[in-house]
Write a protein of this length. Structure first.
Lengths: 128, 132
C-alpha cells in the first residue's frame, strides 16, 4: 500500500467484503425450504413403502408419473437448498481464499452431479 | 495481512465458553450439523435410485447394505437428522416470516420440542418399517 497521506487504511479492505448477494441467498434458501415442507413428508412416507417392498415395488413406485414428478421436484429443491446451506458453512469456516473457492466449486459440482444422477435414474426407470 | 498498521485494540466478542448453556444455542448448531449430515446423506438416496435404474443385481447390493446393522443405524441417524432439520427449519421460517417465538422461554421450549420430535419420530419411522 502507498504511504501517501491521501490513502487511508480503509482502501485495503474496500471491495473485499460481502458480495452483495446475501439477500437473494437468504430468499432462495427460504423458498426452497417452503417447497421442502410439502415434499419431504411425501418423500419419507412413500419411499418407506417403496423401499420395503423389494425391487419390483420400488420399480413400480418410481415408474408412476406422479411419483417420478414429485421425486424430481424433491431432488431439485433438496439439492438446491443444500448447496446454498453448504455454501454458508464454507464461507463461515474457510478463510483461505483458494481453499474456499475450491470448496465452493466442489459444492456446486456435488449438488449438480447428484441431481443429474437422480434425474437420469428416474427417467431410465420411468421409460424402461 | 497486507501490511496495514494494526488497528487500536477494541473490545472483542466474548468467547463461546463464557456463555451459560441454553437450549437454543444447541438447537442452532444442531441445525447446521444435521444440515451437513443430510448433505452427505443424499449420496445414499442417490445410490438407491441409481441401483434401481441399474438392475436387480445392483439393487440387491444396496438392499443388503441398507438392511445390515450398520445400514440400519445410519438410516436411523438420517431419520433423526431430517426430522430435526425439518422441525427446526419450520421454526426458522416462523422466525423470519411472522416473527414469532423469539422470547427466551418459548425459544427454549421449541428447541426441546424439536429434539423430542426428531428422536420420537425417527423411532416411530423405524418401528413402522420393521413391523410392516
Amino acid at each position: 500500500m502507498s504511504n501517501s497521506p491521501f490513502v487511508t487504511p480503509a482502501k485495503t479492505t474496500r471491495g473485499l467484503g460481502a458480495s452483495k448477494t446475501g439477500t437473494s441467498h437468504h430468499i432462495r434458501q427460504r423458498v426452497s425450504a417452503l417447497a421442502l415442507i410439502v415434499l419431504v413428508p411425501w418423500f419419507l412416507f412413500s419411499i418407506m413403502s417403496a423401499a420395503l417392498g423389494g425391487y419390483a415395488d420400488a420399480l413400480a413406485w418410481v415408474g408412476s408419473p406422479l411419483n417420478a414428478t414429485l421425486l424430481v421436484l424433491t431432488a431439485g429443491a433438496a439439492f438446491y437448498h443444500m448447496r446454498l446451506g453448504m455454501q454458508a458453512v464454507i464461507e463461515d469456516y474457510i478463510g483461505k481464499t483458494g481453499t474456499r473457492a475450491a470448496l465452493l466449486i466442489l459444492n456446486t459440482f456435488f449438488a449438480a452431479g447428484l441431481f443429474v444422477a437422480v434425474v437420469m435414474s428416474v427417467i431410465r426407470v420411468w421409460a424402461g | 495481512m497486507s501490511g496495514t498498521p494494526k488497528a487500536d485494540s477494541r473490545p472483542l466478542s466474548p468467547h463461546l465458553q463464557v456463555w451459560r448453556f441454553h437450549a437454543t444455542m444447541l438447537a442452532s448448531i444442531t441445525h447446521r450439523i444435521t444440515g451437513v449430515g443430510l448433505y452427505f446423506g443424499t449420496l445414499l438416496i442417490t445410490a438407491w435410485l441409481v441401483a434401481l435404474a441399474s438392475g436387480p443385481d445392483a439393487y440387491a447390493v444396496v438392499e443388503m447394505v441398507a438392511f445390515s446393522i450398520p445400514g440400519q443405524l445410519i438410516l436411523f441417524l438420517w431419520a433423526v437428522a431430517i426430522l430435526y432439520h425439518f422441525a427446526n427449519g419450520i421454526r426458522h421460517l416462523v422466525w423470519d416470516g411472522p416473527g414469532l417465538g423469539f422470547s427466551p422461554k418459548v425459544a427454549s421450549q421449541i428447541s426441546i420440542f424439536n429434539y423430542a420430535f426428531a428422536i420420537v419420530g425417527a423411532v416411530a419411522l423405524m418401528a413402522a418399517a420393521v413391523l410392516s
